[in-house]
Design a protein around this ligand. Structure first.
Ligand code: URA
Length: 233
């Protein structure tokens, strides 16, 4: 197996970042400094970074979590806030596939398979992310058109989005927003740009994996079909 694939499968970082780490001379295989093209036998060879052994997880775990509002997506939050890992009972160390903002709720995937996480997040594969966005007041058709074409923020056009009206309850409007790229705070920035206040932002789908009826704060293993749906791209 190529060393960069081994490192990213172990959850060190994306393959590209792993190449940088290898180039920096911190990675050793059986006591010898590794280079970019190094191939390893993952069953026998001893790989270390800064002297710490790196191992492939012995079995992979893939979970869906319905993240509630008020949880950070980091392993330990510098402000001491609750994190999504407080909600997960796992014997193995998991990490989240991408992030949701502290006040966003909904679907987030957790795994110990670094390759899988990198694949799902890689912009090249264009996995759709669908959000239900509840905003204050009514939203005009012309405002929906602006979101669909890509709002302009600080002179830069944001990616196009698929936007569908879902309901208006006399106070708030609920929309479905589908984006492919995940720039930081993308959905919030889109609505900021048209001057709309978000009351609730909830992710309901990633690729073909749906949040479904999973309760807030609960996890559920992904099905084989859901896992495979990302590999088939
Ligand atoms: N877009 C946002 O603005 N926030 C999220 O949490 C996810 C997408």
């Amino acid at each position: 197996m190529r060393l960069n694939k081994f490192l990213s499968s172990s959850g060190v970082a994306s393959r590209r970042k792993c190449d940088e780490i290898i180039r920096s001379g911190k990675v050793f295989v059986n006591g010898e400094v590794a280079t970019l093209g190094t191939e390893i036998n993952e069953k026998k060879d001893v790989v270390t970074i800064d002297g710490v052994r790196v191992k492939l997880p012995s079995n992979f775990v893939y979970l869906k979590l319905n993240k509630p509002k008020g949880y950070a997506c980091t392993a330990s939050d510098e402000k001491g806030r609750k994190t999504i890992f407080n909600l997960v009972d796992s014997k193995v160390r998991l990490f989240s596939v991408g992030r949701l903002d502290y006040n966003t709720e909904g679907l987030i995937l957790l795994t110990n398979d670094g390759e899988f996480a990198n694949l799902v997040m890689h912009p090249r594969f264009h996995f759709e992310k669908e959000y239900h966005v509840t905003v204050e007041g009514e939203v005009k058709e012309s405002e929906l058109a602006v979101l669909r074409n890509g709002v302009v923020e600080n002179g830069i056009r944001m990616p196009k989005a698929k936007v569908k009206f879902l309901e208006y309850d006399g106070k708030n409007t609920k929309l479905s927003v589908v984006i492919e790229e995940g720039q930081n705070h993308q959905v919030r920035r889109m609505f900021d740009a048209i001057g709309k206040v978000i009351v609730l932002l909830k992710r309901v789908r990633i690729g073909m994996v749906k949040l479904g009826g999973l309760s807030r704060g609960k996890t559920k293993p992904m099905s084989q079909e859901e896992i495979a749906s990302f590999m088939e791209e």
